[in-house]
Write a protein that binds this ligand. Structure first.
Ligand SMILES: Nc1nc2c(ncn2[C@@H]2O[C@H](COP(=O)(O)OP(=O)(O)OP(=O)(O)O)[C@@H](O)[C@H]2O)c(=O)[nH]1
Ligand SMILES: [Mg+2]
Ligand SMILES: [Zn+2]
Length: 339
C-alpha cells in the first residue's frame, strides 16, 4: 500500500507567516521550532460550538480534556481526528478549559462539499486512513449512487475504502452490490447480534471513519465494537423511510483492540466538486499505468476514442468489467447528488 500523502503542513499560534505568505514552504529553520515546548499531544475527539473534546496521547479513555482554540490560531480550522498540541489545565477536571496552540500536519483529509456546485469544501475528518462506507442491505435500501460517490471521495483522499453491509438479518444480499467486486473493494457484512471478528480484523490498528446514510447502523456498530461507547441510536422513520439523523457530529473513539473509529452523522449526498479524476485514477495502479498511453487531456470515459484503458482491455491486460466499474465511478461525479 502506498504511504499516505502529507496533505497539509502543521501550524501554530506563532506561524503568522504561514497566513501572510501561504505558498512559501522554505522558511528559516529557526522559525519552525515549537512555540510551546511543554505542550501535550492530544487527538480531537469531537467538537461542539467551539469547544473541543480531546484525548491526551498517553491517557486512557477516561482522560478526556475540554479545550478551546488559541485565538491566534483563528483562521486555521481544527477537525475531528486532528492531532493537536495543548497547554494549560489538562487535568480534565470539571470546569477546566485547556488551550490548543498547534495543529500537527495532517496525514489525510476527507473532504466533501455540500453539493457539486458548492465552492466551499469542508474537511470532515483528518488523519483517517480507511473510509468505511456503511450500507444497510435493507431499511433503508442501498443507494448505489451514494456508494459510488463515497468511493470516489475515498480514492481522492488516498484512503482505503471498506464496504460494510449491515442488517444482513433483514436481507441476505443485494445483487447490485456485486458491481463493486471488479474494483476490488473489500466487503464485510454484519447482522444484529452477529460475530464481529472479521470487522475487528479489518479495523485493527487503523484510523477508520464510518460514512453512510442515516439509519444504516453506524452508531450501532460503534457500540458493538467499543464497550461503553454509548452512542445514541434510533430507528428509521416509518413515514419518510429515512433515518432520523440521530448522530449530529463526528466523534472519534479508540478501539479496544487497536486503532480508532470515527462515527459521523448520516449523509444524504457527498459533494465531489473538489475531486481530481487523476487522483481517483492513481488509486488503481493497473489502470493508471494503462492510462499513460492516453492522449493529452483524456477524460478516460467511454466516449474517448483513444483512451488507453480501452487499448489495455483489447490487449487483455485488464478486464472490461474493471474499466466499466472505474468509469461508472468517474461518471458519478457528474450526476446529480441528491438521493
Ligand atoms: N435489524 C437490524 N437493525 C439494525 C442493525 N444495525 C442497526 N440496526 C438498527 O438500525 C437503526 C439505526 O441505527 P443507528 O446505529 O442509529 O444508525 P446510524 O447510521 O448511526 O444513523 P445516524 O446517526 O442517523 O446517521 C437502529 O434502530 C438500530 O437498532 C442490524 O444489523 N440489523
Ligand atoms: Mg449514528
Ligand atoms: Zn484515457
Amino acid at each position: 500500500m502506498e504511504a499516505p500523502r502529507i496533505v497539509t503542513s502543521g501550524y501554530d499560534v506563532h506561524d503568522h507567516e504561514r497566513f501572510d505568505r501561504p505558498g512559501r514552504r522554505s522558511r528559516p529553520r529557526t522559525k519552525q521550532r515549537p512555540a510551546h515546548e511543554d505542550a501535550r499531544l492530544a487527538r480531537v475527539i469531537t467538537i461542539d460550538r467551539g469547544r473541543y473534546t480531546l484525548l491526551l496521547d498517553d491517557a486512557d479513555v477516561d482522560g478526556l480534556v475540554m479545550a478551546m482554540k488559541a485565538r491566534a490560531l483563528g483562521r486555521g480550522s481544527i477537525v475531528v481526528g486532528d492531532d493537536v498540541r495543548v497547554v494549560g489545565d489538562v487535568s480534565g477536571a470539571d470546569g477546566t478549559l485547556a488551550r490548543i496552540v498547534r495543529v500537527e500536519p495532517r496525514r489525510t483529509v476527507l473532504r466533501r462539499t455540500a453539493d457539486d456546485d458548492d465552492p466551499i469544501e469542508r474537511v470532515v475528518v483528518a488523519n483517517a486512513d480507511q473510509l468505511v462506507i456503511v450500507v444497510a442491505l435493507a431499511d433503508p435500501e442501498p443507494r448505489p449512487r451514494l456508494i459510488d460517490r463515497c468511493l470516489v471521495a475515498a480514492y481522492d483522499a488516498g484512503m482505503d475504502p471498506l464496504l460494510c453491509l449491515t442488517k444482513a438479518d433483514l436481507r441476505a444480499s443485494n445483487e447490485e452490490l456485486a458491481r463493486y467486486e471488479p474494483l476490488g473493494v473489500p466487503t464485510v457484512t454484519t447482522r444484529q447480534g452477529g460475530n464481529l471478528d472479521v470487522v475487528r480484523e479489518a479495523l485493527r490498528d487503523r484510523i477508520s471513519v464510518l460514512v453512510g446514510h442515516s439509519g444504516v447502523g453506524k452508531s450501532t456498530l460503534v457500540n458493538a465494537l467499543v464497550p461503553g461507547a454509548d452512542r445514541v441510536t434510533s430507528g428509521v422513520n416509518v413515514v419518510t423511510g429515512r433515518g432520523r439523523h440521530t448522530s449530529t457530529s463526528a466523534y472519534a473513539l479508540r478501539l479496544p483492540f487497536g486503532g480508532w473509529i470515527v462515527d459521523t452523522p448520516g449523509i444524504r449526498s457527498f459533494g465531489l466538486a473538489h475531486v481530481e479524476p487523476d487522483h481517483v485514477l492513481s488509486a488503481f495502479g493497473d489502470l493508471a499505468e494503462a492510462a499513460t498511453a492516453c492522449p493529452r487531456g483524456c477524460t478516460h470515459t467511454a466516449d474517448e476514442a483513444e483512451c488507453g484503458l480501452d487499448a489495455a482491455v483489447a490487449a487483455g491486460q485488464i478486464s472490461a468489467e474493471r474499466v466499466d466499474s472505474f468509469r461508472r465511478l468517474l461518471i458519478s461525479r457528474e450526476q446529480p447528488v441528491a438521493d
